[in-house]
Design a protein around this ligand. Structure first.
Ligand code: PDD
Length: 298
């Protein structure tokens, strides 16, 4: 497997970073996960825009312009074998003497990118759906930053694994003004379907603005599927006809069990079937519109 580290491409075994890297010491960095279909990065401008938002959120200058990022992405994809890949892009504030405050003057950031084969969810999951648990969302108030400091997400996701489930759905405890409400999954966004309408929590500081989430809402709008972006109360999650999970690596999945109880009739529903089919069409159309690959690489 070939990776990119600080301007060079190399086998992953040869990649080395300093133990003083602030990513290692403080989790001081941000990341992106970008799907690649048929060797073309999917929604790259949107991923780069979110990367910029995360960098702004941690006050770290972007080490590359979009053109340079695109070159690195295309080169890394070309150097790895799989047709469908997912890229993990990671930037930290670099290596410096340990001090919580930023190094002054700034040091060179560490830029790392790797590619893994992207395996879309197996048919069994699409047919039967996945089981999830709920847990209080005990993360910080800047979940819109795609921070590499993922310990809360790691612990929350592990709760699901230990319960024999796939994902943990996060519920923010009630504020003074109302009910506890849905934010997202430990590593995914969550949609609720009630009475034929798709409900999505608003993109605010309490959730990651998912690229797949945006695609789903675009598809809903383009196909006349009733949808609404608004705060979703925990009671609505448990009373859902359907629950859907989205992410760049899982696309869209039906959640058929929550905290040990069936959602709806316990089977993937009509909204899932429709959105999953439309998502596959959307992917195909977008990839077709992108410029053709050079000869021999198609
Ligand atoms: N995670 N919310 C959280 C907390 C996430 O970590 C992710 C994705 C999402 C979905 O975002 P997108 O649709 O842009 O993938 C929402 C990635 C896949 C990961 O950490 O591996």
């Amino acid at each position: 497997m070939t990776i990119y580290l600080n301007g060079q491409y190399m086998p992953i075994e040869d990649a080395k970073i300093s133990v003083l890297d602030r990513g290692f010491i403080f989790g001081d960095g941000v990341y992106e996960v970008i799907p690649v279909y048929s060797r073309r990065a999917f929604r790259l401008p949107e991923h780069l825009r979110r990367l910029q938002h995360s960098l702004d959120g941690i006050k770290l200058a972007n080490p590359h312009g979009d053109g340079e990022w695109t070159t690195i992405v295309n080169e890394l994809v070309a150097r790895n074998a799989a047709q469908d890949q997912y890229l993990y892009l990671h930037i930290t504030r670099g290596a410096a003497k340990r001090d919580h405050a930023f190094p002054n003057p700034p040091v060179t950031p560490t830029v790392f990118m790797m590619s893994s084969p992207l395996l879309t969810p197996p048919a069994e999951l699409l047919q039967n759906g996945i089981a999830c648990i709920t847990a209080p969302d005990n993360r910080w108030l800047r979940c819109d930053i795609k921070s590499i400091a993922l310990l809360p997400n790691v612990l929350l996701r592990q709760m699901a694994v230990e319960a024999g489930c796939t994902e943990t759905i996060l519920i923010r405890p009630e504020s003074m003004s109302g009910d506890a409400f849905l934010t997202e999954g430990a590593a995914s966004n969550i949609f609720v379907v009630r009475n034929g309408k798709l409900l999505a929590p608003p993109k605010d500081n309490l959730m990651l603005p998912g690229i797949t989430y945006d695609v789903i809402l675009e598809i809903a709008a383009a196909n006349g599927i009733p949808h609404q972006v608004r705060k979703v109360a925990v009671s609505e999650v448990f009373a859902a006809d359907e629950l859907l999970l989205t992410s760049s690596t899982k696309e869209v999945l039906p959640i058929t069990q929550l905290d040990g109880k069936p959602i709806g009739d316990g089977k993937p529903g009509a909204m899932f079937a429709r959105l999953h089919a439309l998502y596959q069409d959307f992917k195909r159309d977008v990839m077709r519109q992108q410029s053709p690959l050079p000869p021999g690489e198609g």
